[in-house]
Design a protein around this ligand. Sequence first.
Ligand code: NAG
Ligand code: NAG
Length: 287
Amino acid sequence: MPLSNKTLYKNVKMMLLLLITLCVLTSGHEITQLKVPLHADPRRAAELSCHFRMDDQKLHSVKWYRDLHEIFRFNPSQKTQIRLFNVTGVMVQGGSCEQESCVVRVMPLPQATRAAYTCEVSTEGPMFQIARQTKHMTVVAMPDKDPVISGAPNLVRPGEQMLLNCSTDYSLPPSDINWYIDNEIQKPEAWQHTELSAPLAGGLRASWRVLRVRVPAAASGALRVRCESVLQVDPLVLRDTVATVTVNTRTQLYDKYVSNRGVDISENANSVVALVVFTLISRFMSL
Ligand SMILES: *[C@@H]1O[C@H](CO)[C@@H](O)[C@H](O)[C@H]1NC(C)=O
Ligand SMILES: *[C@@H]1O[C@H](CO)[C@@H](O)[C@H](O)[C@H]1NC(C)=O
């Protein structure tokens, strides 16, 4: 059965489309790999690299951009092949390019910023075709250590007040701090916000936050006090430390015994009496 005119037309159209697509796909040069670190440490230069395939085309230039600003240009046919441009937010230290790759080193400024880095490869005239790829880099210095809790007593009584302090390692951006008691987040009072240290090289800062909290009257057993440091980068970086505080719910007599155990009890006649009475009671009870 012969093909109808309509079907024939449809098939020809499809073949033409396919042909055009193939031409576009194969005729161009392309960027095969763009390497931009996700995180850049503000204390060291970061290396960005761009690999490309030219096919039969001749390389005209390779340009690097930070956001919309050009920071680096490679023109193999010009006398000054490499040019660097200083823009806000980054210092371009240098770079080197070959026929199919280009590497630049940038020193980020000590600010926790996220920027887009683009590699742009163009062919010689008359076509001047452009291939482009972009990746993001965030300036961040991770904390090396877990936060540290200080001021946590080993033993507390119900109703007693605790003053705790949590301090974090240096980082950029500085860590936020959250306090939890038995997995319940503790809302800060106005004077208990996260405080920051002076900056080190690279803009890194340590932080700390105090927590003043009363042991609930009904508390018993132990309290699980947790300090969490949060680095606001994407994805979030969390570190934490736990301190366990034992709640003493025994009688006054026992308290006296405990609180005097470490001192010379002969100085305190009352304690001696209390201790003797306590010991007798304990003996009696355990019989
Ligand atoms: C970029 O700035 C740095 C520091 O201010 C300077 O040492 C360097 O020469 C500048 N580079 C260019 C290409 O202007
Ligand atoms: C908490 O710890 C930090 C860091 O060690 C210290 O600088 C700060 O003075 C402490 N704050 C209190 C109220 O103890």
